[in-house]
Design a protein around this ligand. Structure first.
Ligand code: SF4
Length: 224
């Protein structure tokens, strides 16, 4: 049985884990300072999610039950959010299966996440999906070995295995998010190549701040 490490009031948004993995400053600006700047990538992502977000809807087709926009939470991770889609497949094995009131039988759960782009260089999408799986495991006391991510630009799903390493990284990132949230500190800007594709680069101003620091440093050297 998972340890209830956090209270309801302490739960952070699960979707933040992908931002925190990409850049802790980005996460802090969005989730601690509530700053957001819609760029093309995020608007495309919202459009894709609008197609998926049909709260509380369920479809049974070819024996597969699909649930949309399912609320999930883990008190061990201290995260809560919405899973885009859960695919439930019938099983005869009671281990790792759940029961539903409206749909008799036993069901295995596979979480599905929808992303507008293509697979990223880092594991941020995998970690978000893994955190969802950890939530579902805690909620239903089951084990979920894999999930799937649909990438809009690829028009296909890829399977993500929830390895011990991935689970450990998701747990560590959730812990770090809580540490930052308690301290309430936004990490300083540090310009990196990935800043070019950052959804809030105009708000962060990492490049401008770096240039200002470089000029200041240059001027300082001139007058020493
Ligand atoms: S611009 Fe760079 S440093 Fe700033 S939030 Fe984005 S990734 Fe982080």
């Amino acid at each position: 049985m998972p340890t209830r490490a956090y209270s309801d009031d302490e739960l952070l948004m699960l979707s933040g884990i992908q931002h925190f993995k990409f850049c802790p400053r980005q996460w802090a600006l969005i989730y601690l300072e509530q700053q957001w700047d819609d760029n093309r990538l995020t608007i495309e992502g919202q459009q894709l999610h609008r197609n998926v977000d049909q709260p509380q809807s369920a479809q049974l087709r070819d024996g597969v039950l699909t649930l949309h926009s399912v609320a999930v939470a883990s008190y061990a991770l201290g995260l809560s959010g919405i899973a885009d889609q859960l695919e439930l497949t019938p099983t005869n094995d009671p281990a790792n299966a759940i029961k539903l009131h409206r749909y008799p039988g036993l069901w295995n759960i596979t979480p599905i996440e929808f992303k507008h782009g293509r697979p990223k260089a880092d594991a941020s999408d995998d970690l978000q999906l893994c955190a969802q799986a950890i939530c579902l495991e805690e909620m239903y006391r089951i084990n979920i070995p894999t999930g799937e991510i649909y990438y809009g630009q690829k028009h296909r799903r890829i399977t993500i295995e929830f390895t011990p390493d991935l689970r450990n990284e998701a747990t560590q990132l959730a812990l770090q998010m809580h540490t930052h949230a308690i301290e309430g500190k936004t990490p300083p800007a540090r310009y990196q190549p990935k800043c070019r594709s950052c959804s809030i680069k105009n708000l962060c101003m990492a490049e401008d701040l770096q240039k200002a620091t470089t000029v200041k440093h240059y001027l300082k050297q001139l007058y020493i």
